[in-house]
Design a protein around this ligand. Sequence first.
Ligand code: ADP
Ligand code: MG
Length: 214
Amino acid sequence: MNLLSAKNLSHTFDYELFKNISLELHAKESIAIIGVSGSGKSTLLHILSTLLAPDSGSVSLFGEDIAAMTNKRLSQIKRDALGLVFQSHYLFKGFSAYENLEVAAILSHQKIDNTLLEKLNIEKNINQKVTELSGGQQQRVSIARVLTKKPRIIFADEPTGNLDKQTANEVMSLFFEYCLTHDAGMILVTHDEELAHKCDKVYRLENKELVRIQ
Ligand SMILES: Nc1ncnc2c1ncn2[C@@H]1O[C@H](COP(=O)(O)OP(=O)(O)O)[C@@H](O)[C@H]1O
Ligand SMILES: [Mg+2]
């Protein structure tokens, strides 16, 4: 099953970031994208995850071209099927951790999974306000929130940046397990080569091209 198909993507801000990039993501597959700072990794992830329209080229999700979707369809796919784990994790600050998960659960008609809270080691903090949590705890709450939606595709930009190595490994194992058990796929942007090589495929964004290195 093909979850995502990107064809001939090109994008320029102040300078041309990349051109003619194509990429496919299948169910149960994890893809890592590495590259030096400023090479355009986050921009590419924004394009793949519908947040930014490319200068040229196309992205299809579940066989549908994003550019041809109605706003309603696009919102529905974003809400139900895409899980975005970005570094600035937009938790609702005035709410508790649990309330943040409840919002995700209600919007996507899912249930909060208590084993997920245990695996992420946040069950003891779940009733605290977001502002009372450490950066690493907030990051784990935002990961719990994303997985609560039961997305078909996880887009993660340096998802373990705030976490110590052991916690980072546990979080990544959770993502890999999630993809296998939910027929989902993941596209991970990271500067951590060791982490990248745990994915099924690894690409490097370099000289405006996406080069497969694993
Ligand atoms: N919204 C934007 N407007 C203008 N320039 C941007 C924007 N987003 C990113 N850039 C520029 O594009 C380049 C690549 O950024 P980014 O995709 O964040 O790279 P990476 O994630 O690989 O570090 C940088 O020079 C950045 O300043
Ligand atoms: Mg980046």
